[in-house]
Ligand binder design. Structure first.
Ligand SMILES: [Zn+2]
Ligand SMILES: [Zn+2]
Length: 262
C-alpha cells in the first residue's frame, strides 16, 4: 500500500472548534508512525483508518503540552489492548515524558514502550546528510534541531521510493530546513502567525506564513502545508501570504486531511 501523510491536527497551542493541536501520522502501508501526541491520538488514528495497534514508532518533536499531553492516553489504550510488540518512542527531554507516564504508572505496565532520546547529534549542521534515527523497510526518519526554545526537532521522512516529507514542528525559521527539506513532496511547516506579527512570532519561537513559504521555495518543495495556526488566524489569509513567496500549491489542511506521498 502506498505512503501517505495524515494531518491529525493543525492548530497551535490553543484549539478551535475545527482544529485540534498539531500532530501528523506517516502512513506506511498498514502501519504508521505518529508524530506528536496531543489529545485522543487513538481515536484520531482510527478515524484516519489506521490501526493504532500497528503503530511502528512514536516521534515527539518537543515536550510542550500541546505536543505530548495525549501520550498517557495512547499508551494506556495500547496496554488495555495487550500490545506486546515493541514500540519505540523518540523524543527530546525524555524525563518529562517519563514523569507524564508515571502519573498513571504506565511505564511499569507498558513493557512494550522503548524510549529513546532524540538528540542534536541526529543530523549534520546543514541537514544534507542527516543520518536516520529510525528505519523500517526502506522508510527512514531523520531529525534536524529547530529553534523554538526547548530542545525541538524538525522531522524528515524519506520513503523507499524516494519521496520526502518534512515537518518543521514549532520553530523560528531555520536556514538548514532548505537542505533538510530539499525537493520535498510535502513541506509541512508551522505558520503560527502572519508577517504583521513577525516580532511576536520571533519572541515565541514561531514562524510566519511568509517565512515558512520562503523556506519551501528555497528548498524547491513541491507542495506547502501550513499548520500550527494561532487560534485567531484566518487560514485563507495565511495561504494568501504564503503564495507571495511560494509558487507551488499551498494549503492549510483541515484536520483529518490525507495526502499521498509520491
Ligand atoms: Zn506547539
Ligand atoms: Zn512548542
Amino acid at each position: 500500500m502506498s505512503a501517505s501523510l495524515v494531518v491529525l491536527g493543525s492548530s497551535g497551542a490553543v484549539q478551535t472548534a475545527h482544529r485540534d493541536n498539531a500532530a501528523l501520522a506517516f502512513r506506511m502501508g498498514e502501519s504508521s508512525v505518529l508524530v506528536d501526541c496531543p489529545g485522543s491520538p487513538f481515536l484520531k488514528l482510527r478515524k484516519a483508518g489506521l490501526d493504532p495497534m500497528l503503530l511502528r514508532a512514536i516521534v515527539i518533536t518537543h515536550a510542550h503540552p500541546d505536543h505530548i499531553y495525549g501520550l498517557p492516553s495512547l499508551v494506556h489504550h495500547l496496554w488495555m489492548l495487550a500490545r506486546q510488540e515493541p514500540l519505540p518512542l523518540f523524543a527530546p527531554e525524555l524525563d518529562k515524558l517519563r514523569g507524564l507516564l508515571d502519573v498513571f504508572d504506565l511505564r511499569s505496565r507498558a513493557g512494550f514502550l522503548e524510549m529513546h532520546p532524540l538528540t542534536a547529534g541526529a543530523s549534520s549542521p546543514t541537514g544534507d546528510t542527516a543520518s536516520p534515527f529510525w528505519e523500517h523497510a526502506g522508510h527512514r526518519l531523520s531529525a534536524l534541531p529547530s529553534d523554538h526554545g526547548p530542545p525541538a526537532f524538525a522531522i524528515r521522512w524519506d520513503t523507499p521510493l524516494g519521496a520526502r516529507v518534512v515537518y518543521s514542528s514549532d520553530t523560528r525559521p531555520v536556514e538548514a530546513m532548505v537542505s533538510f527539506g530539499r525537493e520535498a513532496a510535502l513541506f509541512v511547516h508551522e505558520a503560527t502567525f502572519l508577517e504583521a506579527e513577525a516580532l511576536r512570532a520571533a519572541e515565541g519561537g514561531h514562524s510566519t506564513a511568509a517565512q515558512a513559504a520562503r523556506l519551501a521555495a528555497l528548498a524547491r518543495a513541491r507542495r506547502l502545508l501550513l499548520v500550527h495556526l494561532d487560534y485567531r488566524a484566518d487560514a485563507a489569509q495565511c495561504v494568501e501570504e504564503a503564495r507571495g513567496e511560494f509558487a507551488g500549491p499551498v494549503e492549510v489542511p483541515d484536520d483529518g486531511a490525507i495526502y499521498a506521498v509520491e
